[in-house]
Design a protein around this ligand. Structure first.
Ligand SMILES: [Zn+2]
Length: 187
């Protein structure tokens, strides 16, 4: 039996607790017209036939419905409604025009972390990344995401970018080491 995990109204998603509060406050009211909704109340004691102040029906979201790979949170209180699916989120990000930037955004928002990304390799990068070196020494880039953390992309000999998270100090040390190596190769 699918569970009701949230409700959609006011162009936003709300958890059962916030929907119950809205019902108690009179912001949501039992619907006079059932539309296509069944009679009775769901497991949260929220009537199936419910409407907002403008008479628009409130739609429940069920546990069996598709939810975004990035997860779903209540727009009122921030409670988690559906957990993120890191693997699906990464696969979707890799299909974008700029996969590294997309993966970076997921890391920045905490949808995925280094452990999730470690198994994936992305095959392009664009100029939004900080490339500390030019010419033969390029191949390592990072974005400072604050709090001393950096999302890094390292280019391997096969032309693939490996994305991971490390501290800014570690990223700077990596750059220094690569620069020293390149200088040695030039000399
Ligand atoms: Zn809520």
């Amino acid at each position: 039996m699918p569970k009701v995990i949230a409700y959609t109204y006011g162009a936003a998603v709300h958890c059962p607790e916030c929907a119950k509060a809205a019902l108690a406050d009179g912001a949501l009211v039992p619907a006079a017209d059932y539309h296509d909704l069944p009679p009775g109340a769901d497991e949260h004691d929220v009537p199936y036939a419910l409407q907002d102040g403008e008479g628009s029906p409130i739609r429940p979201i069920y546990s069996t419905d598709d939810t975004p790979a990035e997860g779903l949170r209540c727009d009122t209180c921030g409670a988690e409604i559906a957990a993120p699916d890191p693997e699906r989120a990464i696969h979707e990000a890799l299909e974008e025009d700029d996969p590294i930037a997309a993966v970076f955004q997921l890391m920045k928002r905490g949808v995925v972390d280094e452990r999730d990304v470690g198994n994936f390799i992305v095959d392009s990068a664009d100029g939004t990344w900080y490339h500390p070196n030019d010419g033969i020494c390029e191949g390592f880039a990072y974005i400072d995401v604050g709090g001393g953390r950096a999302i890094t992309a390292a280019w391997d000999n096969y032309g693939f970018w490996h994305v991971q998270e490390m501290t800014v100090e570690e990223a700077d040390a990596e750059i220094a080491a690569r620069e020293a190596e390149c200088k040695e190769a030039e000399d």
